[in-house]
Ligand binder design. Structure first.
Ligand code: IPE
Ligand code: IPE
Ligand code: MG
Length: 225
């Protein structure tokens, strides 16, 4: 889910942009419940991009605080519903306090297996590919022959999504039809679903409609049937 349109949702109501972020948390809750209900195994939410650090400081601070508080509030729900919680991205840019909260939640929910809920925070696709390339190069320094023989799956292991399947479906709300530096490598064969609905209005029915649209897609992976 590229959760977009919170600011516009609030402005349409004559309110501050952050009001839309608060309402957006309710959509996260609704979509998480719907994912469990529908048997989705991985739900990934693009919550904050590397580029979003360039927003006004007050908005960034509110978003980070919202992230921390909603995470802690959801603990019981995650445990009761078998939800494993993970956060992926350039976490070095987050505050010590937020990182500690993430760490605690990831540990507490690590044994849950029904749904893996991944929050992409301070994430960008180009950053991910870059950090993977750097780490791979460092690991293979002095072993260039071996490096030359590596395949795609070897590179996959260096991305922050190592071990997580590539997304089957990428939903973007708010009418924008772009990827905004989300999972660039991992979306090579993802299906896309764009809707004009703003994120705070994207709830159970809208998610189920996206799943239904996905069910009608014909995924060929470049082959002929
Ligand atoms: C999505 O809503 C949330 C984040 C990117 C953090 P926006 O804040 O981008 O809302 P719009 O696109 O300005 O309406
Ligand atoms: C994409 O939304 C990022 C997230 C949803 C976290 P943006 O609002 O940042 O994207 P642009 O600026 O419209 O491309
Ligand atoms: Mg936006």
């Amino acid at each position: 889910m590229i959760m977009d349109g919170n600011g516009r949702w609030a402005r349409e109501r004559g309110k501050e942009r952050v009001y839309g972020h608060f309402e957006g948390v309710e959509s996260v809750r609704a979509c998480t419940e719907t994912a469990v209900e529908a048997g989705v195994e991985y739900l990934s939410l693009f919550a904050f991009s590397e580029e979003n650090w360039g927003r006004p400081e007050a908005e960034v601070t509110t978003l980070m605080e919202l992230m921390a508080s909603s995470m802690i509030n959801e603990r019981d729900t995650f445990m009761a519903n078998g939800i494993r919680f993970r956060v992926l991205g350039n976490l070095s840019r987050l505050s010590e306090k937020l990182r500690a909260a993430i760490d605690e939640m990831e540990k507490a929910t690590s044994g849950n297996t029904r749904l893996t809920l991944i929050i992409f925070l301070s994430y960008s696709g180009k950053w991910d590919i870059m950090q993977a390339a750097k780490r791979l190069a460092a690991d293979y320094a002095g072993r260039e022959d071996e490096m030359a023989g590596l395949d795609i799956s070897a590179f996959d292991k260096y991305l922050v999504t190592a071990g997580v399947p590539d997304p089957d479906l990428i939903v973007r709300t708010s009418g924008e039809q772009r990827i905004s530096n989300y999972l660039l490598w991992q979306s090579a064969y993802s299906e896309f679903y764009f809707t004009d609905i703003l994120w705070p209005d994207f709830r159970r029915d809208q998610f189920l409609a996206a799943i239904e649209a996905y069910a009608g897609r014909d995924r060929r992976y470049g082959k002929v049937k």
